[in-house]
Design a protein around this ligand. Sequence first.
Ligand code: PLP
Length: 355
Amino acid sequence: MMTGLSGVAPGNSPLSLSLDGVALVENWRWLARKSGGAACGAAVKADGYGLGAEGVVRRLSAAGCRDFFVATWAEAAALAGHTGGARLAVLHGVRDADMALARSMAAVPVLNSPEQVQRWKSSGGGECDVMVDTGMNRLGLTPEEATSGLLDGLAIGTLMSHLASADEDSAQNGEQLRAFRAVADRVPAARRSLANSAAICLGADYGFDLTRPGLALYGGIPRAEAAGWIRPVVTPQAEILQVRNVPAGACVGYNATWQAQRDTRVAIINLGYADGYLRAFSDRGSAMLGDWSIPVIGRVSMDLVALALPDGCAAGEGDRVNIAYDLAECARLTGLSPYELLTGLGQRYARIWQD
Ligand SMILES: *Cc1c(COP(=O)(O)O)cnc(C)c1O
């Protein structure tokens, strides 16, 4: 039997992520339809945004996804053999220290700088992707570098750029689109790619040949156009370790930030900031037990959270609760981004796919 970190079978793990594989695939299909004529890939960096990259890649490749994006060669190596023959691209490109691994794997680097281009050429070249910076000033060649002859002789699979403000109605989107078109007209590449999740919602102009959604696959709503279509995928589930009676006037948790106004039954669960349930959820988060919504009270600890049980809620030790984890709502409550809410999920969850 497969065991988790603790040697406990995943089904018995006291802390788990319930992952809706049907919703994941439906989200990808919606994004693929919105990508128009472009192929729809998937960003699976940061361990599939915290869900577990292998489980994500297995489901999406079975659904027809042929292009996956990771950040590092270690992430690529972890997925080798699980992509169902789909293409894997490494967004950080190649350092000298990566070359041996890069040359031994089917994954391709996304070359971001003149140094990376030279490194790839001098080690023999071969298929690669190229990132052009069109105004975000993050990774990528400048348009001038990309059209200077530097790329001559490279076999470019995908020429790409990335939008800084696709989740807003910003003039920067159109400016970056025009800048990308101008470079793409002059640099030969098998395919061109610009759109992340939010840019897919901006319309067909942004699709080119290949799109690269991440967040929306995992249930994040990148723009209003996706609301009502994108389904939640991730629900953390924890277990009640102890229920205690807290008399009126007594306090709960570090620094005694919560004080009982009346006698209160309090449930302690096995979740904390080490699991990505950050202190920003203190006095703000909630859990569900059946139809009961149970508020988080006091400070979130490293491995524990306290919940105030409503009158009539007969919860006891060993009962499982679903943590309320609607990404938009939690982002509003905590000030964290939906990206942080996903990628911060730690290593202590058993990741349990429901499909
Ligand atoms: C992470 C990433 C994506 C995916 O972005 P989302 O906003 O999560 O859809 C696409 N392209 C690049 C270059 C990225 O780094």
